[in-house]
Design a protein around this ligand. Sequence first.
Ligand code: PRX
Length: 651
Amino acid sequence: MTEPKQWVKPDPEKEDVFWPTEELKETAWVSDESIYEEALENPEEFWAEQAEEGIDWYEKWDEVYTEEPYNYEWFVGGKLNLAYNAVDRHVENGKGDENAIVWEPEPTDEDTVRITYSELKDEVSKFANVLESLGVEKGDRVGIYMPMIPEALIAMLATARVGAAHSVVFSAFSPESLKDRLDDANAKVLVTADGYYRRGKPLNLKKNANKGLRGSPVENVVTVKRTGADVEMEEGRDHWYHELMEGASTEHEPAVMDSSDLAFILYTSGTTGKPKGVMHHVGGYAVQAYLTAKWNFNLHEGDIFWCTADVGWITGHTYINYGPLMNGVTTVVYEGAPDYPEYDRLWEIIEDEGVTQFYTAPTAIRMFIKQGEEWLEKHDLSSLQILGTVGEPINKDAWMWYFEHIGGGRCPIVDTWWQTETGANVINALPGVGPFIPVYAGKPFPGINADLLDTEGNPVGVDEGGYLTLKSPFPPSLIRGVYKRPEKFKEEYWSEYGPRYYFTSDGARIDEDGNIRITGRLDDVMNVAGHRLATGEVENAIGKHELVAESAVVSRPDDVKGEVPIAFVMLERGAEVDSETLKKELIGLVDDTIGPTARPADIIIADEVPKTRSGKIMRRILKSLVKGENPGDLTTLRNPEAVERLQEKIQ
Ligand code: PRX
């Protein structure tokens, strides 16, 4: 075995600060920090150059960027197709025989599936023809409720190919969540699967899909046969994927899309109980997804890139599907649980496939720390070059463990901050530039302008906490609207500092060198095992119980999941219940309304919760109670005595 390459070196003076080695700088797309200053001098010029070089356009844009309040657009008048850029152009450039997708099924007795770019082009073209035969036209919406199988990517790409917008719904979301999303987007077609494997068991997804479809606007449903489960198919509405694909042609002309056409909708949690449909436009999304994947993970031909997210989240959209494929590398898709059949499943895949870049979430890293290093010892991870992390602030212990044990002290950790709304990475250290410092995400990506502001809108100083904002000109892949709710769009993102500052809802600090440390959400959005969830959504689910008068959900820090929801529940006057039965019923309601990922870790039945004189629940106090901290000043409360009673219950 040749000696694995060293991609980072420690700072000679500062502890726990790392820099790229010469070897990494030589291969990196960018290795000089002057890029930041240069790009910010003229962001429009920077992005235009990148767009021209990285993306194939049918027609070039007339204007690089336009902006008026709440309405900004990149590459105005430019024409392109996302699927063409992700698939066809590589075949045309002679790379048709290279692997586009490597799919690893969960059952270990099933073979790995490898799909080349040529094969992918055929599959995507065929499914694009299928979608059109089912009446899907440019501008329509297609629902996708699928497990981690290659057909999920094929369905997304085929939707993009015909010029429709996809709305992918995470497969662990409940039928009710699916229905809400299909209704809101007015989806014409739903693509789903009979099921998938999770920890050795087949799960029946079609059953949930069928429940969610009741009364929905969907006219046609296409189901992929994955597990062979017994499923109910409705005459006239339901079709098997393999049957429709059998007769479909591999010839399909991609739709010519305008930069400002809708690429997709992805629902995410906001401050209220109702998830919002985040809209992304084709042109800006394509450019930022392409460039951040390329530069942040140093993608080169032949690389095997593995992002462990689910396609149901933005990370899966951008860094399993569009980003790596637009760069022409191989993307790894794994169907199942990271700990099945054993805790070394992921390390085995890295070794077998020779994964070069690995991108995961702190919650997964913390889970592996608990299992111990022995699971790593039997695997050779020397193919790894770059490690990525995303989704929540990473604590120093998890960072160091990831660095030492997965990266062997050789690989940079690129901590990428971004959101469903930003569509692609926004803040991180570039691999060829560095530095890589535990808990610091790094600098805004070249051409992106971020500011940390105080409540008055003034920039904060070094090491003073502030609100993270993105400044005009906005990043190319930034959210273009909330589907059907323009008022919500204005209120959530622009009411804090006006139309020239996008408000992220995250708190952050900046060090003297301009590196940004994200401290976490400042609103009522939780991050549960990397899943974004609003406290209001859980409250709405619990509130459906006839005996519940009111509830308040707050997050509690958790060693592995980052945060978990804790529910305080007040019952209707005179309600008599067995608390264990009630808790089970409430968990059932959360499962049915949102999905099991939203289950409260604890439910506390209380007579009352602390409120202000005007009747507003004081979540700050509930948060400190669940953390076992001193609740602080209670003088502004209407009912300070409630706090003491709750403290007794919690202990
Ligand atoms: O609080 C930030 C956190 O995740 C939120 C966005 O969640 P979502 O839209 O589900 O997207 C997750 C994947 C991009 C942010 O507002 N977050 C994301 N990445 C990081 C992070 N917090 C700290 N460090 C990160 N690298």
